[in-house]
Design a protein around this ligand. Structure first.
Ligand SMILES: [Zn+2]
Length: 253
């Protein structure tokens, strides 16, 4: 298998057009999480993202919420990845909103599927599957300092907005986006010292709950999945440094 490019971690480009050097693999098992579909080899990320998943798993375990299934992060050197418009620089991770899975042998995780929390009939969360524990799992991700945005279906954000929270300020980072009815897509900020990594501007202040009610299923001000920076390259154009990243030898695993 083609491994991560050797060298210290470095990100080139943005969430939807970029690559990275020095990625590391998320271990298939850890406190409060398990990697699903390990045969896809999409459990590679920037060390900051790997550390985030491990912190998040510890919070999930401490809260007694079960074992979170961790799906796609990035390929070993980032870059375009089928089925996604982002996940290119090791700072995005899909976390299935399933709390019912026991810890399984890695070989038994390749045929698993995500389960939608949104009813096709009503367009709102399905009370037969959606629980306060799902909401708490999203909150436990959103309160992490390194998290820039979490994309979920608008119905899921509506359900979160309708709940009573002592401090709802974390809802600022929850962004309604099409699909995302069976998983949350967590995106981290660029590492502070990596100037070649193209950050997405911060979402506007406030929870965005009123905007969601006004705009129906969207809140365009809150940002999008593409996450292009202030001075984006043309869509689909990779930073030229990625040619170098793809030609470097693989790091020892
Ligand atoms: Zn995603």
């Amino acid at each position: 298998m083609w491994g991560p490019a050797i060298g210290p971690p470095a990100i080139y480009g943005g969430y939807s057009e970029g690559c990275l050097r020095g990625a590391v693999a998320l271990p298939l098992d850890g406190a409060g999480y398990q990697v699903v579909r390990p045969a896809w080899h999409r459990n590679f990320g920037h060390p900051d993202l790997i550390a985030f998943v491990q912190r998040f798993g510890e919070r999930i375990e401490a809260a007694g919420l079960g074992v979170m299934p961790i799906a796609d992060i990035s390929q070993p050197r980032g870059g375009p990845i089928s089925g996604h418009v982002s996940h290119e620089i090791g700072l995005d991770v899909d976390i299935w909103l399933r709390l019912d899975l026991p810890r399984l042998d890695p070989g038994a995780r390749d045929d698993l599927t995500a389960v939608s929390l949104v009813s096709g009939a009503t367009g709102e969360v399905d009370p037969a599957v959606w629980t306060p524990a799902h909401a708490e799992a999203i909150r436990l991700a959103a309160i992490d300092d390194r998290v820039a945005r979490i994309f979920v279906n608008a119905a899921i954000k509506r359900a979160l907005c309708a709940m009573d929270w002592d401090d709802p300020s974390w809802l600022r980072y929850v962004v309604p986006w099409q699909g995302h009815d069976a998983h949350m897509h967590v995106r981290l900020h660029c590492p502070e010292d990596d100037y070649r990594c193209e950050n997405q501007g911060a979402p506007p202040e406030g929870t965005g709950c009123a905007a969601l009610m006004e705009n129906g299923d969207s809140d365009p001000e809150r940002g999008d999945m593409y996450g292009r920076g202030a001075t984006p390259r043309p869509p689909g154009v990779m930073p030229r440094q990625c040619i170098n990243v793809y030609s470097l030898p693989a790091a020892a695993q």
